[in-house]
Design a protein around this ligand. Structure first.
Ligand SMILES: Nc1ncnc2c1ncn2[C@@H]1O[C@H](COP(=O)(O)OP(=O)(O)OP(=O)(O)O)[C@@H](O)[C@H]1O
Ligand SMILES: [Mg+2]
Length: 322
């Protein structure tokens, strides 16, 4: 099972408005309300791929109840820590004519120290039955910037490999706790190392430094250019997606992480993990919304992903790199 943390879950309202412009007045042609958040997107893709998962995080108030119900309806296994404040709402305005997506994101609830401790306890409990863990996205107000670092340490002591997809200070502090895998996009990696990076040479240098700091796998996502995967003992790979018709790549990084996690659970080789990750990211980019991928389409895209070994002196790809 894969335990997935979504510390900043919320309610995503999506309105479809053709030719949306600032200052206008609109009736949406379609409207939907779903549970949202990066970890939730990861769990949705794991579910689509048929992989066992357990999602945890914070949920509060009426919005929290909605989140729990929506996840059940979508067949996602979740165990959220109940909080006193209301979970946040995010409004997405999708314009299919101009192919734009506009977002209004509430700041989110303030979490108390007791609630944070409950989340740590839930994390520890679920890891006992997990072979892999994923930490994705931002954290709500009230929690310390060390939150992910602490959860990474819990995973290490439970001997469960952990993938971290976060940014800025949360990522920097998590890196210091040496997660098994990190998955920044290029901009996030540049902020982490504090300099601009060329592709691929600058990315390879920065990624190698992170391997030297004790991370086993560094995944750097590059949007339509695919992703570079650096490992300590299985070489360095560049996975490139086929050219697709991009609709919205919001959540492609989350889908990418889910694909990598799913293939890791199946103990595929590092190159095949990258292949499934790139295919999931591309499948997500073909649709509006985040985490809405179909397993059959993922498989079609996976067959078209190209994998190029670009450096490193590791062994041939094996199935046991965690
Ligand atoms: N336009 C695209 N065409 C094909 N594949 C794509 C496209 N955009 C993204 N992908 C795939 O998805 C992966 C992740 O995308 P990206 O680098 O945009 O992540 P991200 O910036 O973390 O996104 P988010 O945080 O919104 O989920 C890429 O490495 C690539 O494999
Ligand atoms: Mg991302």
């Amino acid at each position: 099972m894969i335990t997935v943390l979504c510390a900043n879950a919320g309610v995503d309202k999506t309105y479809e408005v053709a030719n949306f412009a600032v200052g206008g007045y609109y009736h949406p042609s379609a409207a939907s309300t779903t549970a949202g958040g990066k970890g939730i997107n990861v769990a949705r893709v794991l579910r689509a791929l048929g992989q066992p998962h357990l999602l945890t995080g914070f949920a509060g108030g009426n919005n929290g109840r909605f989140i729990a119900r929506d996840l059940i309806d979508d067949g996602i296994r979740a165990d959220f820590v109940s909080i006193a404040e209301e979970s946040r709402v995010t409004i997405n305005i999708i314009d299919r004519t101009q192919r734009t997506q506009t977002r209004v994101d509430e700041v989110g609830p303030l979490v108390t120290p007791t609630e944070l401790q409950r989340l740590r306890d839930a994390w520890r409990k679920h890891l006992q039955r997990s072979t892999l863990a994923v930490i994705a996205g931002s954290a709500p107000r009230g929690v310390t910037l060390e939150i992910y670092a602490g959860l990474v340490e819990v995973a290490a002591s439970a001997n469960v490999p952990v993938i971290v997809d976060a940014h800025d200070e949360l990522l920097a502090r998590a890196v210091a706790a040496r997660p098994t895998v990190i998955s920044p996009n290029l901009a996030e990696l540049q902020r982490l190392v504090g300099r601009q990076l060329s592709v691929p040479d600058g990315v390879l240098r920065a990624g190698t430094d992170l391997l030297d700091e004790g991370i086993s796998v560094v995944l750097v996502t590059l949007g339509a250019r695919g992703a570079i995967c650096l490992t300590r003992s299985k070489g360095v790979w560049w996975g490139k997606p086929p050219s697709i018709e991009r609709v919205s790549s919001v959540g492609s990084g989350d889908a990418f992480v889910a694909g990598f996690a799913a293939a890791s659970l199946l103990r595929r080789s590092i190159a095949e993990r990258l292949r499934l990750a790139v295919a999931c990211g591309a499948a997500n980019a073909e649709t509006f919304g985040a985490g809405n991928v179909a397993a059959a389409r993922v498989q079609e895209l996976a067959a078209q992903v190209t994998l190029e070994r670009i450096g490193g002196d590791g062994d041939e790809p094996g199935g046991d790199e965690q």
